[in-house]
Design a protein around this ligand. Structure first.
Ligand code: GAR
Length: 207
């Protein structure tokens, strides 16, 4: 079994897409070992529990500092012997310690076509707001490996949607999630679980 941990902060629709892909047989031999949240009231936790998946919350009030919390998450994931850490709407930026602890074993879904509309401060609806304000006609989402620099790691998969004149931040978010995110995140997990990609000189290649 290829064991994944899914890290969440919010509504958990990408987590749901992964669960559905396991249940419908697209993701074979993939097991969600745990769902980790930095927020105790994240709806994603309800989605996990409903599917009988183990959950663990690391909220800031339980720790002396953000660093201590992060160390606790690293220890927890190491204990569970996780093959891949999947950031699915996880709104914390990981430190070098975290990234080094799981080298080339962390992926993230970002709701834009990286390298546009990404990096610190670009998350959730803020990304779609910036897209609309810029006037670009195409946007999308990206799954990438996580490195120390936010949203700058090797790109695994991307896909696009058109921005329509009557789109709002919310309609664009919905379109990007439904048409792109919920497809490319399970696809990226599948490629990694089946050992079908490698990273060479910072670029992801099919094996
Ligand atoms: C998704 O759109 C995801 O791409 C984005 O937050 C949303 C989480 O939704 N992530 C980021 O902005 C990370 N920088 P979900 O909780 O329903 O999966």
């Amino acid at each position: 079994m290829f064991k994944i941990a899914v890290l969440v902060s919010g509504s958990g629709t990408n987590l749901k897409a992964i669960i559905d892909s396991i249940e419908n047989g697209y993701l074979k031999n993939v097991f969600i070992e745990t769902v980790v949240s930095n927020k105790k009231d994240a709806f994603a936790l309800e989605i996990a529990k409903k599917s009988g998946i183990n959950t663990k919350v690391f909220s800031l009030e339980e720790f002396e500092s953000k660093e201590k919390r992060e160390q606790a998450i690293i220890s927890y994931l190491k204990e569970k012997d996780i093959d891949l850490v999947v950031l699915a709407g996880f709104m914390l930026i990981l430190s070098k310690d975290f990234v080094d602890a799981f080298k080339d074993k962390i992926i993230n879904i970002h709701p834009s076509l990286i390298p546009s509309f990404c990096g610190e401060g670009f998350y959730g609806l803020k990304v779609h707001k910036a897209v609309l304000e810029s006037g670009v006609k195409i946007t999308g989402a990206t799954v990438h490996f996580v490195t120390e620099e936010a949203d700058a790691g090797p790109i695994i998969l991307q896909d696009s949607v058109f921005v329509d004149d009557d789109d709002t931040e919310k309609s664009l978010q919905k379109k990007v999630m439904q048409k792109v995110e919920w497809q490319i995140l399970p696809q990226a997990i599948n490629l990694i679980a089946k050992n079908k990609i490698t990273i060479k000189d910072g670029i992801v290649r099919r094996i």
